[in-house]
Ligand binder design. Structure first.
Ligand code: SF4
Ligand code: SF4
Ligand code: SF4
Length: 575
């Protein structure tokens, strides 16, 4: 690889050819500010906040798009650079609705941070503009264009990363703004609810629909029994909301904190990740033995399900009929748990803590009979813990409650791309009479967008594919439809890297997001937790065995089919 030598603020630096000035500066500890740049997603040099001086070149240059050159001398902090950035930021602020105190993004807003760093006068160019209506048309995302700074990051995330295109630019010139087609509310589009636009947004123009108040109301209602359950990835990310390093496992503190919110119980959703695997592996083997459609696609990601319903309705018979772990848990709590504990299901208030906004949409789907009452994102759980004045960082560890305390390592890795596939392979391997020791399937691990492998299990060839990010899912589907590829089983997660990178996960400033591999660091928590677990195969979990012995009978049996499986609905592009 050819190396390029240059100086930045008189400090020599050597970086590979093709590196941008912004990336090269990071190598020597300089975080050049930016608002529109988002690594791998949006690199358009539009906001002009990242400008620098190049000695011998007229004017200022956007460092996020400009590649380094041999012998180049870059200055990132001259009076001209500072004055330009300050004026640009003041102009951006002039049309921004500056309700910082009540803003969802306060404390994690890139614009608020830069305003403080550059000592801005927020009223220097203040314009009295009429407020535009806020889009509340979905049960998961709120779009407030009054706070939008037109950085284009959400549009790039939705179009390039997800190939959905539910939002784009509307009108021209000064009137240009982000909107859904024909100014329909987002709820009338083919938006899949992944929330990747929320985490891409540098300000508070996009946020989740908050269910925090509903949960506080249920906790203070003496007629309600409140139970929480947390998705596999939450313990791997919640610590970031309390300034812990990325990749810190906070499971024990998380359980303690939930129990301190009131008279509530905390259960482990990894249990229904295990249950999903047992039902799904059983379904796959039945499909292979019968003439039911193959390949089979996983069904645990509601963002992927809605994408398929809108874009590939002809593939709905290929989706596993298993409910997602969230909906399986809700159904289990409102049936088995209520019966076991003499609780009327209408008095049980079920709260799932999940990594994304798509699961808020899933909760509201008609098929599920309100099995889960509300879904909270990782960020919302953190907000409740902070609102209860709990000193999270100092908490002792606690354990999840019975009868849903014990889960396997296979359930834990569900939160990372390839995790569902690996967990399924461990169980399918046993069911097909393969090598009982086979535990780690490295080909399906890692954060690459599309992974494939073929395993021979007791003479049966099992070709699998794993895709994360919906643009990658679309590529895989098109390859299957054209006959270029042929698989037996396919895992799809809407969010790149899987749920550890979901749209409800903690916000990180660009200085971290653009330079730290969040997906790999967060996923490492799940794989370490799997390694440390004495139980690695879903079907070997004592909780799962007890559920089948006491309640369901057998995988796929009538009761299991009734409570743990579902159906899907073909949707138009715009409905
Ligand atoms: S939630 Fe996902 S699909 Fe919907 S607008 Fe945002 S990025 Fe696009
Ligand atoms: S909504 Fe957010 S991400 Fe989208 S253009 Fe506006 S400021 Fe940028
Ligand atoms: S990948 Fe996970 S976080 Fe993302 S939409 Fe699917 S279930 Fe939600």
């Amino acid at each position: 690889m050819k190396m390029i030598n240059l100086t930045i603020n008189n400090i020599p630096v050597s970086v590979p050819e093709g590196t941008t000035i912004l990336q090269a500066a990071k190598q020597i500890g300089i975080d050049i500010p930016s608002l529109c740049y988002l690594k791998d997603i949006n690199c358009i040099g539009a906001c002009r906040v990242c400008v620098v001086e190049i000695v011998g070149r007229r004017g200022l240059t956007a460092s996020c798009t400009y590649p380094v050159e041999e012998g180049m001398k870059v200055l990132t902090n001259t009076p001209a650079v500072r004055a330009s950035r300050k004026t640009t930021l003041e102009l951006i602020l002039s049309t921004h609705n500056r309700k910082c105190l009540s803003c969802e993004r306060s404390g994690k807003c890139e614009l608020q941070k830069l305003a403080a760093d550059y000592g801005l006068d927020e009223d220097r160019f203040a314009v009295e503009e009429e407020l535009v209506p806020i889009d509340y048309s979905t049960p998961y995302v709120v779009r407030d264009n009054n706070k939008c700074i037109n950085c284009q990051r959400c549009i790039a995330a939705c179009s390039k990363m997800q190939s959905v295109g539910a939002i784009g630019n509307i009108r021209r010139g000064y009137d240009v703004h982000v909107g859904s087609p024909f100014e329909m509310g987002l709820g009338s589009t083919a938006c899949v609810g992944c929330g990747q636009c929320i985490v891409a947004c540098p300000v508070g123009a996009l946020s989740e629909v908050s269910n925090v108040d509903k949960v506080w109301a249920a906790i203070s209602d003496p007629a309600k029994k409140v139970v929480f359950f947390t998705a596999p990835s939450i313990a791997a990310t919640l610590g970031e909301c309390f300034d812990m390093p990325v990749g810190t496992n906070v499971e024990g503190k998380m359980v303690t904190a939930i129990k301190m919110l009131g008279d509530v119980e905390a259960f482990n959703m990894n249990v229904t990740a295990d249950l999903t695997i047992v039902e799904e592996a059983n379904e796959l083997i039945n499909r292979v033995k019968s003439d039911k459609p193959l390949p089979m696609f996983t069904s645990c990601c509601p963002g992927w399900i809605k994408f398929c319903e809108h874009n590939y309705p002809e593939l709905l018979p290929n989706l596993s009929t298993c409910k997602s772990p969230q909906q399986m848990f809700g159904a289990l709590l409102k049936s088995y748990y209520c019966e076991k504990n003499g609780i009327d299901p209408k008095d049980l208030f079920v709260v799932s803590v999940i990594p994304c906004t798509a699961k808020k949409f899933e909760v509201e789907r008609g098929e599920f009979h309100a099995d889960v009452d509300v879904a909270l994102t990782t960020r919302e759980l953190a907000k409740m813990i902070k609102g209860a004045s709990i000193n999270f960082n100092e908490l002792p560890d606690s354990e999840f409650g019975d009868p849903f305390a014990i889960a396997t390592g296979a359930g834990a890795i569900f939160g990372a791309t390839g995790g569902v596939m690996e967990a399924a392979l461990r169980t399918a391997n046993n069911l097909l009479g393969g090598n009982n020791e086979a535990l780690v399937f490295t080909d399906v691990r890692g954060t690459t967008g599309i992974k494939e492998a073929t395993y021979t299990i007791n003479g049966t060839e099992v070709a699998v594919c794993v895709a994360s990010g919906l643009a990658n899912a679309r590529k895989v589907i098109e390859m299957i439809k054209s006959g270029e590829k042929n698989y037996l089983f396919i895992e799809i997660m809407a969010c790149p890297g899987g749920c550890i990178n979901g749209g409800g996960q903690p916000y990180q400033f660009d200085a971290v997001r653009n330079f730290v591999d969040l997906k790999a660091l967060r996923a490492s928590v799940l794989y370490k937790s799997d390694d440390a677990n004495g139980l690695r195969k879903s079907h070997e979990s004592p909780v799962i065995k007890a559920l089948y012995d006491e309640y369901f009978g057998a995988p796929g049996a009538e009761k299991a089919h009734h409570l743990l499986h579902t159906k899907y609905t073909a949707r138009k592009k715009y409905n």
